[in-house]
Ligand binder design. Structure first.
Ligand code: SF4
Length: 260
């Protein structure tokens, strides 16, 4: 059995191979679904802990009620807003988050997203993370898909795929996983846009808690042996494999220039 230490160079190779395999299989994803930057921002806040179909219903309600502008969301009362976004789930929490964001936007940027997005990347991220209810994944989604600045979006699917392919271990947290991508791949908005969207596809359809490797487009990419992955929950509550403490990652050997 071979044991391979995942070096920085190998990470670049594995991450590139993951991207190429996913892109060849799924094709371009045309993310983020949304007509305007404002819609991307609202969608990013509403999509926390729910699926996109429910977010679409909530956004349709907001549009049908003719309040889908920063000013009108600022003015609408909390109860009416909660009723409109009910389909997105956790609507009381999300109503507060939307209101916090919109009020903060008016207080600091006159309700103007384009003024906010003029900030450089570091400042923009700090600013978004200072808003009550906006966490790292939401902030990075807004920065990448609305402000169109290069930042890698990490979600539970990302961690699961990377753990199973031996690129990170389960103790990696959000910022460490993000750095793995950003330190080993070119910083490019459209590349990061596509990469995150493709990970969501493989996570939804193949890399589930019970993985479906045989049909998966990543079946030929280096991965950690299944018997090395006793199931445990990751920080997001999604089941991913966990390497036992002190255990080395077993890798299949290189053949034909590919890591298997
Ligand atoms: S299902 Fe298997 S091959 Fe596909 S991403 Fe998950 S671990 Fe990799």
């Amino acid at each position: 059995m071979w044991f391979v230490k995942i070096t920085s160079m190998n990470k670049t190779k594995v991450l590139t191979e993951i991207y190429d395999s996913l892109f060849n299989f799924f094709g371009r994803q045309y993310w983020w679904p949304g007509d305007t930057d404002f819609e991307v921002v609202i969608g990013a806040i509403l999509t926390q802990n729910t699926n996109w179909t429910n977010v679409e219903k909530a956004i349709m309600n907001l549009k049908a009620a003719n309040i889908f502008t920063p000013r009108k969301l600022y003015e609408i009362d909390v109860e009416s807003l909660a009723e409109l976004i009910k389909p997105s789930g956790y609507f009381n929490v999300k109503t507060k988050r939307l209101k916090h964001f919109i009020e903060w936007l008016f207080l600091n940027y006159n309700g103007n997203l384009s003024d906010l997005f003029k900030l450089d990347y570091d400042m923009l991220r700090d600013q978004l993370l200072s808003v009550n209810g906006i966490g790292r994944e939401t902030a990075d989604s807004i920065i990448l898909y609305a402000a169109k600045k290069a930042t890698f979006v990490v979600d539970a699917y990302t961690k699961r795929v990377l753990v199973r392919h031996g690129v990170v271990t389960e103790d990696y947290e959000y910022e460490a996983i993000k750095s793995v991508f950003e330190d080993n791949l070119r910083k490019d908005v459209s590349f990061y846009n596509e990469y995150h969207a493709l990970i969501v596809m493989v996570g939804k359809f193949y890399c589930k808690p019970r993985m479906q490797c045989e049909e998966c487009p990543l079946k030929d990419v280096y991965r950690v042996h299944q018997d090395e992955l006793p199931v445990s929950a990751d920080a997001s509550g999604i089941q991913v494999g966990k390497r036992r403490a002190g255990q080395k990652i077993k890798a299949r050997k290189y053949e034909s220039g590919k890591i298997k």
